[in-house]
Design a binder for this molecule. Sequence first.
Ligand code: BG6
Length: 471
Amino acid sequence: MGISFPENFLWGGATAANQCEGAYNEDGKGLSIQDLMPKGVMGPVAQTPTEDNLKLIGVDFYHRYEEDIKLFAEMGFKTFRLSIAWSRIFPTGTELEPNELGLEFYDKVFDTCLKYNIEPLVTLSHYETPLYLAQNYDGWRSRELITFFERYCRVVFDRYKDKVKYWLTFNEVNAVLVSPLLGAGVWTHKSKLTKQDIYQTTHHELVASALAVKLGHEIMPKAKIGCMVVASPIYPMTTNPDDIISAYEKQRELMFFTDIHVNGEYPRYTEKLFKDYNVNLEVTEEDKEILKHTVDFVAFSYYNSKCAAKDESKFEYVNGNIYRGIKNPYLEFTEWGNQIDPQGLRYILNYFYDRYKLPLFVVENGLGAEDELVVGENGEKTVYDDYRIKYLNDHIVQIGKAVEEGVEVMGYTSWGCIDLVSAASAEMKKRYGFIYVDRNQDGTGSLERYKKKSFYWYKEVIATNGSNLIE
Ligand code: BG6
């Protein structure tokens, strides 16, 4: 018996506005933090948008969305995950009226998806806080952002209620712990922030997320609204009970965000955690009421697992886009130093489902690699990306196993289904797509699209509902 997936499984791909749209200042769009982050999270912020910032043009999805969505349809996508750039709708974030041209753009994008029977899966905020809010309010450190975000949500829910059924609130909401700038638009340098600052910022985002769920359910009773987190199993580095406890604590720190989204209140363990961290949160009675509006499903990105130990100094660290952990000697690595652990995906799916008993959605997963565009056997340019096919095959197989074990999985959207600018280091050469975009690291290139070998492979995966996968 091969791997099988539910009949209505939502196969697709995922992107984020700031990494693919470009058109950073067109049609009334305001700047977002990304426009001043030419080197991603790794580098310093710039004073103004500079040409070396590849995101300003991205892969020009803003002008090429029709061609791109048509290609997704050719692969058979059932869903397409994308984000709305908040600063396209409210250029500074503080306006009372939205920018009509920004709204029209997403109307066109969603209409194109629906024309091909592709369900849009929309992230409300994907690492793109309006710059004005970052610079003038210190992003989500300020409680006032809840009001601005509520206004933005109301506008987009009202406008797209008949077009979009699946919504996600904040992308990787738990990333705020490692990058308050990326995750929450906090302009103050991380080194100057205390745990109190970070958890208060987090609290504002969690309240805003629950408020979005509340509003969304009121405006769109049939909509499904989920939270979205970075998911990563944290394995103990050794069987030493000290390491096991340490891994457990680290895991819980990541789960804290989903615990609140699913249970509607702060978990009991936070009392001790906050005491240890000297954190004294400002939580109003109204906040507590809002938090009770819990999500319909839990969505997450999965790229790798991590290891933890009580004394980490004895071990070597590895990268993980944003999060780092200790090197696992049993695993191989991507070119960018990410551990490759397909079974970790099955592990985390089971872990989440046991803990929450809610449907799960794998909304990001994929291999960032350097691709070589060559002339293929049929004379057309292509990329022979067997490495990507293997990576995705092995991960999707593990989702199939979790499904077999009883986990409810709504769908799978592989990250960067079309090449786009990477998040952590803002590179073009780190590619994830089934579709190659002719844009080089130095910004040159025709922006033409080419189908990679993986394009045809994924098309077959979708057409056979996974039965062509190799165990
Ligand atoms: C996730 C983000 O953390 O990882 C995406 O939600 C990002 O925005 C993806 O692109 C891959 O990371 P990177 O740095 O390789 O682009």
